[in-house]
Design a binder for this molecule. Structure first.
Ligand SMILES: [Cu+2]
Length: 165
C-alpha cells in the first residue's frame, strides 16, 4: 500500500515539470519566428497609389496590408510564417534589404518594386486566398522591408519594416 501511494505522489510531482517542458518547446519567440498575416478588405475596396515608403497618403487608411506578430528579430535564421487571409485576392510576401531614407527602385510601368535591384532576399510568392507558406532566411543585423509585390499592392500600403539586431 505504502509503495503504491508513493508512486502516485511521484507521478503527480512529475506533471508540472512535464507541462513546463511542453510549454517551453512551443515557445515561438525562442525560435525567431515572425508570423505574417496578410489581409485585405476585398476586391471592391479603393486602391491608393501613394502609400509607399515616404508616400504622402496615410497608410493607416490602407485597404490591404501585412500584419506582423513583431517588427524585430534576432540576427541569424529568421522564420516567416505567412498566411493570406484574403477571400478573393492573391498576395505574396517578399523580404528586401532596406536602408533608412533609401529611395526604392520602383517601376511605374510594372507598378511594383524592382526586386533584383532592391536586394531581394527571399519570398513566399503568390499565395492563393486562404493559403499559407513559410520561408527561413539568414539575416544579418539591419533593416528589412517586408512587402507584397503583386502589381499595385506596395503602393497601396502593403509593406512593413523589420529591424534585425
Ligand atoms: Cu498583395
Amino acid at each position: 500500500m505504502i509503495s503504491t501511494r508513493r508512486s502516485v505522489l511521484a507521478a503527480l510531482g512529475a506533471v508540472p515539470l512535464l507541462a513546463f517542458g511542453l510549454a517551453n518547446a512551443g515557445n515561438a519567440t525562442s525560435k525567431n519566428v515572425i508570423d505574417v498575416k496578410i489581409w485585405d478588405k476585398g476586391v471592391q475596396a479603393t486602391m491608393s497609389m501613394d502609400m509607399g515608403i515616404g508616400g504622402t497618403a496615410d497608410k493607416s487608411a490602407a485597404t490591404m496590408g501585412l500584419k506582423l506578430s513583431k517588427n524585430t528579430a534576432k540576427a541569424g535564421k529568421v522564420i516567416f510564417n505567412v498566411v493570406n487571409t484574403s477571400k478573393d485576392t492573391v498576395h505574396e510576401m517578399v523580404v528586401l534589404r532596406y536602408k533608412d531614407g533609401e529611395e526604392l527602385p520602383y517601376s511605374d510601368k510594372d507598378m511594383k518594386i524592382d526586386e533584383d535591384t532592391a536586394g531581394h532576399l527571399g519570398e513566399v510568392s503568390e499565395l492563393q486566398p486562404g493559403k499559407s507558406g513559410s520561408v527561413t532566411l539568414g539575416l544579418k543585423p539591419g533593416k528589412y522591408l517586408v512587402a507584397c509585390n503583386i502589381p499595385g499592392h506596395f503602393m497601396n500600403g502593403m509593406w512593413e519594416l523589420v529591424t534585425v539586431k
